[in-house]
Design a protein around this ligand. Sequence first.
Ligand code: ZN
Length: 342
Amino acid sequence: MHALALFGHGGPEQLRYVNDLATPEPGPGEVRVRVVATGVNHVDLVVRRGYPGVTMPFPHVPGGDVAGFVDAVGSGVSGWRVGDRVVSHPMVSCGTCGLCLRGDALLCVRWQYLGLHRWGGYAEYVVVPSANLVALPATVGFEQAAALPVAGLTAYHALHTVGELQEGETFFLWGGAGALGTFAVQLARRRGARVIATASSEARMADLARLGCDLVLDRRHDDVAARVAAFAPEGVDVALDFVGPATFATSHAMLRKGGRLLLCGMITGRETTFSIHMTYLKHASIRGLYLGTHAELEALVGLVASGDIVPEIGAALPLAEAVEAHEMLERSAVAGKIVLAV
Ligand SMILES: [Zn+2]
């Protein structure tokens, strides 16, 4: 099969297009998906450079987003047939640990992430457990679907479940024009929240205004904390921060008393310091998260099928140009999701 495979950790040059990888066979309970579209995510950059604590044999196929057709079905699989249009949940859970058994498969202690612990979507074929699949209605295109498993699902889980964002609350996020951001802005608006988002170019700020943000700030030139304080004098109810140490202190300081700070990324680094004092004085909650549940992915697919949420596709490139896609992501070249046609 053809694939865009990683041949070592490092820069984009470690990604090479190949057409001689063995096509994987589905085992019991698994299906093989003919990938039509996959997405590029920040975590792919981390995998490429070397994910902390995870070692992998090379070549390795990255990619957490999988949208395509069921191509082959392993033994014991029911409910799926060759040719079904599907999108895959990006995490494989063990089904036997205590957290799985109590129904929290998302928190599985033996979790495997597509494109990290096992081969992912940057390939013609990928094998996943049939339990990971979500049926794709004909009204949802494969490129749109490829934006959902990582970026869309994380935004959905962050706002609906972890952040408990309510109607009338104020929601703040950095980098609102990215893939996760464009979903988060739409989902927050749909929940009736007031939305403040930052961007770092005039074009991306215009995108955020188009998506319905109530306040759009220029991360390069605006005093973000002061502008947010003027807009929401008591602080924001929920802040979403996937940037990391570069923005954490400001995110924390912008929270209202009782506010929630959601962490789901580390673009500028893994560690930071914070004020224990201000955290308890504020009754602040710092909540971490990744991805979302299978049921949440189904709900999100439904919202896209009905037109309530429209995935922003900033660029669609052939798989062979994944190196260019990584570089575009690193320099925030487009609004929304960068997808790869496989
Ligand atoms: Zn488990």
